[in-house]
Ligand binder design. Structure first.
Ligand code: 8YV
Length: 331
């Protein structure tokens, strides 16, 4: 007799190839409209499904987890960051949580480099000047940016993405500095040519470019607080491809408006998908580059993420520990 396939609810539209493979393996409910599910729709999924596959746009909080039926056993996040999920509540309820680490490292590091270059070399601003007809023709003093070679890059969070960024930045001739919960090995520091700063405050005060690459957890919420941002030099630029909540966006915006910072490149926002009108105004003035959470947005990356989700669900359903299990102690 054929075994009953687990019911898997996927909250957003995934690449065709991923959905096809999931259809072969599981009893799946997809979201063809791709419209984020409402709280009630998510609660209904928690009450009926064996597995939920959410994304960064779904808040799986303790209230939702409390409504889960006894059959709900796995939340297999389509994404690396799990700040959208109350992992502790899930575990207490006997629900395993997995994510998709590793497969979006290079793409996110590439996008971070792109933001650094974009802000320093005014790429978005210059690119817009041609279609708008504002290009006056070449001039020795028009649209000048800043050289990045030789500048100091401070990486906040030296995990997988931080390290991938350091490798790229080193190749661009940047001097690598970092702050991390734990110092990385001496061998890795030597390979990256990276200088460790125990004090984030001290590092911030000396950098030309600061990149946020740590996960969003209760400990990193507003890690770049109004107080800390004040340490930055007025020539400094800040880039963030991690999570908006790690920077006090209001304080950052105020400093950019006041000319206390040279610029910013943001791929993530504190109240995503809302972007503050003040940031939009700064973007129009060419002070900031804003991207719509595209750090991991490659076809290859999305297929790899889908593959990870499938392996996690299949392994779990076969009665084994899924490879990308997330525990509260890892956060
Ligand atoms: C993902 C991300 O696309 O994986 C992450 O942590 O930030 C994104 O790049 C998103 O989370 C999908 O859920």
């Amino acid at each position: 007799m054929e075994q009953k396939k687990p019911l898997v609810v996927v909250t957003r539209k995934l690449p065709e190839a991923v959905e096809t493979r999931m259809r072969e393996l599981f009893d799946v409910r997809f979201n063809a409209s791709d419209k984020p599910m409402t709280k009630e729709e998510l609660a209904e999924a928690m009450r009926t499904a064996d597995v939920l596959v959410p994304t960064v746009t779904d808040r799986i909080d303790s209230g939702l987890i409390a409504q889960a039926g006894d059959q709900m056993k796995l939340i297999a996040n389509f994404g690396n960051g799990v700040d959208n999920i109350d992992v502790t509540s899930a575990l207490r309820r006997g629900i395993t949580v997995t994510n998709t680490p590793g497969v979006l490292t290079d793409d996110t590091a590439d996008m971070t480099m792109a933001l650094i270059l974009s802000v320093a070399r005014r790429i978005v601003e210059g690119g817009a000047a041609i279609p708008s007809g504002e290009w006056p023709g070449w001039s020795p003093t028009w649209m000048l940016g800043h050289r990045i070679t030789g500048k100091k890059l401070g990486i906040v969070g030296m995990g997988r993405i931080g390290q991938a960024l350091a490798k790229r930045a080193k190749a661009f001739g940047l001097e690598i500095h970092y702050h991390n919960r734990r110092r990385v090995s001496a061998a890795l520091e030597a390979e990256l040519g990276a200088t460790y700063w125990d004090s984030l405050d001290q590092m911030l005060a000396r950098m030309d470019i600061v990149s946020v690459n740590c996960p969003h957890t209760p400990a990193t919420y507003h890690l770049l607080s109004a107080r800390r941002l004040k340490y930055l030099r007025p020539e400094a630029i800040v880039v963030n491809t991690a999570r908006g909540e790690i920077i006090d966006e209001n304080a950052l915006t105020r400093m950019l408006e006041a000319g206390e910072l040279a610029g910013a490149g943001l791929d993530v926002f504190e109240h995503e998908p809302a972007v503050s009108p003040r940031l939009l105004k700064l973007a129009k003035a060419g002070k900031v580059t804003l991207l719509p959470h595209m750090g991991s947005a490659t076809n290859e990356g999305r297929l790899d993420m889908g593959e990870k989700v499938i392996v996690n669900v299949k392994t779990f359903m076969d009665g084994h520990r899924p490879p990308d299990r997330v525990l509260p102690s890892m956060l």
